[in-house]
Write a protein that binds this ligand. Structure first.
Ligand SMILES: NC(=O)C1=CN([C@@H]2O[C@H](COP(=O)(O)OP(=O)(O)OC[C@H]3O[C@@H](n4cnc5c(N)ncnc54)[C@H](OP(=O)(O)O)[C@@H]3O)[C@@H](O)[C@H]2O)C=CC1
Ligand SMILES: O=C(O)[C@@H]1CCC=N1
Length: 264
């Protein structure tokens, strides 16, 4: 089974690394194309995959094809490859906003399409990917694709109308978390901690907090209250965070993100 990628950038590399690390695909079973030679060289050197600048070659040789270019290039890439994408291949998309209906129109024929929304923690096997499929994809084929997606984290099959929300809550959200970790470290540095150590403390605190939500099943508000000792330090921070609009800023940012996804 050959896995092909058209676009070998950040997201494709994270996915390739995950499926190779988990033994789902061997490097020699993966072929990638990119218009940017440096991206190809990096993928070949770091992942050991086959690389080419020929998108059609990747589409011809792979049974499962991941379209991992930016959304604005989807139409041109599909036009370039659709003549060699037959009814037996499975196309996986990862771009926001490109609906199954739009994709079907661009392929101009019935093609098996699984629309997904991954995120970059795939790089360390801690991604979460949402997936939905068109009617050409059987239950077994969707499960097979999900087994590939599990190579780099959690997977949830969802109704397509939730895909834009997935972009804001998990596709783009690593960026919000990275900004928070950066700000936490800056404050720690301002109070005298070495920067590398500050990143380690901030990152581990975020990781541990996320694991508490996932593994205790407790409401995040309850977990927050468990930290806030009466008259203590944490509630002072919470007071300022509320005053500065911490939660509403995240809320509005995610609304803008989902809106942008819908418009793409
Ligand atoms: N980054 C993320 O966190 C996530 C990204 N995604 C989606 O994944 C897709 C890829 O994103 P990302 O990896 O960040 O983007 P990158 O820019 O890192 O990678 C895309 C790669 O595709 C190349 N490319 C552009 N046009 C073509 C073409 N016609 N044929 C072949 N290769 C081409 C680009 O080259 P060049 O640089 O020359 O344009 C680039 O190297 C996007 O649709 C994005 O929305 C989804 C979830 C998360
Ligand atoms: O920023 C973007 O458009 C892509 C999709 C989700 C994360 N990155």
């Amino acid at each position: 089974m050959k896995l092909g990628f058209i676009g070998c950038g950040n997201m494709a590399s994270a996915i390739m690394g995950g499926v190779i690390r988990n033994g789902i695909f061997r490097p020699e079973e993966i072929i990638g194309a990119d218009s940017y030679q440096a991206a190809l060289d990096k993928a070949a050197e770091t992942l050991g995959i086959q690389v080419t600048t020929d998108n059609r070659k990747v589409a011809e040789e792979s049974e499962v094809l991941v379209l991992s270019v930016k959304p604005q290039f989807y139409e041109a890439v599909i036009a370039q490859i659709r003549s060699v994408v037959d009814e037996n291949k499975i196309v996986i998309t990862i771009a926001p906003g490109k609906t199954l209906e739009w994709l079907g129109q661009k392929f101009e024929k019935p093609v098996k399409i699984v629309r997904t929304m991954p995120n970059t923690p795939a790089l360390v096997g801690e991604g979460i990917t949402a997936a939905c499929a068109n009617i050409q994809v059987s239950e077994e084929e969707l499960e097979y694709v999900c087994s590939i997606l599990r190579g780099f984290g959690e997977v949830e099959v969802i109704p397509e109308h939730l895909m834009d929300v997935v972009v804001s809550v998990s596709g783009s959200s690593p960026a919000y978390v990275f900004m928070m970790i950066e700000a936490m470290a800056d404050a720690a540095v301002a109070d005298g901690m070495a920067r590398a150590q500050a990143y380690r403390f901030a990152s581990q605190a975020v990781l541990g907090s996320a694991k508490m939500v996932l593994e205790t099943g407790k409401h995040p508000g309850e977990l927050k209250d468990m930290v806030c000792s009466p008259g203590g330090t944490t509630i002072e921070a919470v007071r300022v965070l509320e005053e500065k609009g911490f939660r509403s800023s995240l809320f509005e940012a995610m609304k803008a993100c989902a809106k942008k996804a819908r418009e793409m």
